[in-house]
Design a protein around this ligand. Sequence first.
Ligand SMILES: Nc1ncnc2c1ncn2[C@@H]1O[C@H](COP(=O)(O)OP(=O)(O)O)[C@@H](O)[C@H]1O
Ligand SMILES: [Mg+2]
Length: 316
Amino acid sequence: MSNDIIHKTAEKVAALRDHFIHHERFELLEARFAMLVAKRLSDLDAGRSSEAHGLALSGPSGTGKSAAMHHLLAGVGQQLSTTRHWDAPIISLRVPSPATLKFVGYTLLRALGYQISSERQAWYIWDLVRHHLKERQVLFVHLDEAQDLASRGTKHELNAVASMLKTLMTDPDWPVGIILSGTPELEDILNHDPQLARRMQTVHFNSLSPVAHGNDVLDLVENYCKRAGLPPAPGIVEPAHGERLIHAAANQFGLVIELTLAAIEQAFLNGARQLASRDFARAYHLRTACDDSFNPFIIPDFYRVDARQVFSREKR
Ligand SMILES: Nc1ncnc2c1ncn2[C@@H]1O[C@H](COP(=O)(O)OP(=O)(O)O)[C@@H](O)[C@H]1O
Ligand SMILES: [Mg+2]
């Protein structure tokens, strides 16, 4: 394989990866967030100091939560920076490990562009966080992989973090809305603290079902084929391929996209004129190292393969 083909393939696939696919669940999330932003702006404009509200997005790993939040927050952040001239209306970060009160505060402070020694006490760090949130007019703080707040720390730390999030939302001077995204375990944080839960709406991204979403997934594959300039072989626009693909992706929307992009990459690398089932089989093999007898794109009784296990093994 020539370096030229590898280089061109990498470029084309990177461009496809950059494109965000709008979907129904995203629109719901977008609408809920737009409402939160509108309320907060109208309170600000009217000089009302009511508490801020937040949103929690939960769903299984690989369903597309991080991608959705990134796309949503980048869009709204951009809009607010141009219309309101704020430089940092939304701060987004991944929950650090260990997810202690002090380390979460320290990481947030760094995301606000402020560095201090981590030797400082937690209360001091959080005082600074609150000061900078107000100073920079931050409206929302987004914490991705928020389930780690509940699972990694001790119960005592969870109490402390939940109460700090509540404090940020109810700050009379400058309330900040909290956006959490992560696996369904993040709901433990909300269940743990009813006062926090009262201020948060939840949105859930469900898994796909091979039967109900087979056609949507075929549309998605066709859409990617069009963008890639690579026509689909007849076999992969058949309903059976949609079912296979969903099953192979452990029923997760984001993993369907990843497998499709990996298949397109294989087709380009092999100089194919069409995107075919064998490209999906190769992509699956490369991703999972499973042999042909466990490859859902090869065997007829593909439901026998437990793709969930394959992908959860990968995440560990
Ligand atoms: N709407 C989308 N458009 C394009 N790519 C997406 C979309 N949703 C997810 N993906 C891709 O799918 C993969 C998994 O999504 P991710 O957001 O990381 O899942 P999660 O955060 O739920 O575990 C990522 O490579 C991501 O870029
Ligand atoms: Mg994620």
